[in-house]
Design a protein around this ligand. Structure first.
Ligand code: GAP
Length: 534
């Protein structure tokens, strides 16, 4: 074969490999979706009416996993910090809150319609997807070079010296910085011009017949009060943070909190997302876990670094693979921030934002002071002075964290006997059910002993009783549901009060005395043993 033929063949093979990887990832994501439904984790909202787009219900196992993630966050934030307290502010707030925070005027997404398909898109997402395709080309080049150079391959060097790759990177940079600048200036005409220059077409139909770009406010509104004269337009909160800001002084005074201190809150938030996709990654009704940390002006950079590091450690403590996290520091900052970074997680569809850490300056407290006419200042007894504190925020979506945990845990394992098992290797501290108890047979007094074990363990853990089918089948069911331990009661139990306890991940079985069960399970599921890794 001549040189051109070899190059063509190489290119063809690499596109096949790339397409295969993408197909595998897509396949894995489909498995996540169907497993979440089959094992009682997540259902589509109002499914019998064909569902509601980007709204989901957490089922019997999902609600427990979600609660355990929330508890794990709360424990690390509130219980482990003497200077962080909790709050549960309401979803509905005085509408001026959202004027002051900037959400009424600026919480917009730029949208564009395709005139032929009548489909609506986020203009920035169309452009970002275009850049992601260029990124795909870079990845292909990297894979190709890595294969060619083997162990001698230096990725960093390749990225900074290969002409074609450098060109791709520059193209992405130019496109994104032009888009960022145009959005910042609200120059929506230029955003449309960019879409046209790049010849971006409707992903579904290929049509390039676009409308102008318009701003679309993401807040849901509703009416408070019954009569037309007295009713008032209120919003469903798009973030929990503002409930913390408006209560800053109440908490500080009643809790006699000294700066630096934090207020933590978990709760629902609502956004009328235009592009709601990727299952529970982007929802219209979702839950946030946020903490606002109030600091002395001038110290915010240090605290920002502190919280970036602390939050990353929290994620890593769950053992889901250090390589699956990375920081993405923002170049383009929101109007209220002087620094911002995302912790990105390697979801089945690639690295995406899981949590944001933002240095929000004194923007929010100052804005609420201005709109309410009330002082929101802190009197520092050490300095004998009053000031508006600066704020460092950590903000994570509970549903997004759920997706990270769930998708990372779902694996298909090849077993020695050439069969496969589906196992949900949830971090044991988060697993909905900690142990399942099986009588080997439904007779000879075994069910009674199994039920007694349940009675004893249920005070400390969620436990589950199952007597249906062969034990092997029952193990598989619990593996797929994510239960870390299975306990089997057999005839030997009647004789000497011992049972077998089987570990989900290793499938190893141990014979232990019933009185040891609590300690064995607790060792693996106790949050203390996980959080001390932070
Ligand atoms: N108070 C700051 C704030 O709300 P954000 O980056 O808009 O910042 C914080 O949101 C986190 O909330 C995100 O990192 C993400 O995990 C989660 N989140 C945001 N929008 C979401 C949505 N539509 N569906 C699910 N989670 C979402």
């Amino acid at each position: 074969m001549n040189k051109v033929g070899v190059i063509f063949l190489e290119k063809f093979l690499y596109s096949c490999i790339f397409a295969k990887i993408m197909a595998q990832k897509e396949d894995q994501f489909k498995k996540v979706l169907s497993h979440a439904k089959e094992y009682g984790y997540i259902f589509q909202s109002s499914e019998i009416y064909d569902g509601l787009s980007a709204v989901y219900d957490y089922a019997q196992n999902g609600v427990e996993l979600k609660k355990n993630i929330r508890d794990y966050w709360w424990k690390s934030m509130v219980q482990m910090h003497q200077n962080i307290v909790g709050l549960d502010a309401s979803i509905l707030m005085h509408p001026t809150t959202w004027k002051a925070s900037g959400h009424v005027d600026a919480f917009n997404d730029p949208l564009i319609d395709n005139k032929d398909s009548k489909k609506r898109y986020r203009a920035d997402v169309l452009i970002e997807d275009y850049c992601a395709k260029i990124e795909g080309k870079i990845n292909k080049e990297v894979a190709k070079a890595s294969k060619r150079f083997g162990d001698a391959f230096n990725k960093e060097e390749f990225l900074s010296t290969n002409g074609r790759v450098v060109g791709y990177q520059e193209k992405i940079k130019t496109i994104l910085s032009r888009m960022g600048a145009s959005l910042e200036k609200e120059d929506l005409k230029d955003v449309k011009a960019l879409i046209e220059e790049l010849e971006i077409s409707d992903p579904l139909t290929g049509s390039k017949n676009w409308t102008d770009v318009k701003q679309f406010n993401l807040m849901f509104d509703t009416q408070l009060g019954a009569s037309a004269e007295s009713s008032m337009k209120v919003y469903l909160r798009p973030e929990t943070a503002q409930g913390i800001f408006v209560n800053f002084l109440n908490v500080q005074k009643t809790g006699r909190m000294k700066i630096p201190f934090g207020i933590a809150q978990t709760g629902k938030a609502f956004r009328n997302e235009i592009v709601a996709r990727q299952f529970i990654f982007r929802m219209r009704e979702f839950e946030q876990m946020e903490m606002q940390f109030f600091v002395k002006p001038g110290t915010q950079k240090d605290w920002y670094e502190h919280w970036k590091e602390t939050r990353l450690k929290w994620h890593k403590s769950l053992g889901m693979g250090d390589e699956n996290y990375r920081f993405h520091d923002h170049d383009k900052l929101a109007h209220y921030a002087d620094a911002a970074s995302d912790i990105e997680f390697n979801f089945p569809f690639g690295f995406k934002e899981l949590e944001g850490i933002h240095s929000r300056t004194d923007f929010d407290l100052k804005a609420h002071e201005e709109y309410s006419g009330k002082k929101l200042q802190y009197f520092d007894h050490e300095d004998n002075s009053s000031y508006t504190p600066y704020v460092v925020e950590t903000s994570i979506g509970l549903d997004r964290m759920f997706l990270a945990v769930f998708s990372n845990s779902l694996v298909e394992e090849e077993l020695e006997n050439n069969t496969t098992r589906t196992v949900l290797k949830l971090p044991a501290v988060l697993a909905p059910t900690k142990a399942a108890v099986f009588p080997l047979l439904k007779k000879d007094g075994l069910p009674e002993v199994a039920r007694q074990i349940i009675e004893d363990l249920k005070w400390d853990f969620n436990v589950f009783y199952d007597e249906k089918d062969a034990v092997g089948k029952r193990y598989r069911r619990q593996d797929a549901a994510g239960t870390p331990y299975c306990i089997t009661v057999d005839h030997e139990t009647i004789e000497n009060n011992t049972v077998t306890i089987r570990h989900r991940d290793t499938m190893k079985q141990q014979r232990v005395h019933i009185s040891e069960l609590k300690e064995i399970i607790n060792k693996e599921v106790d949050a203390k043993n996980w959080l001390t890794k932070i």
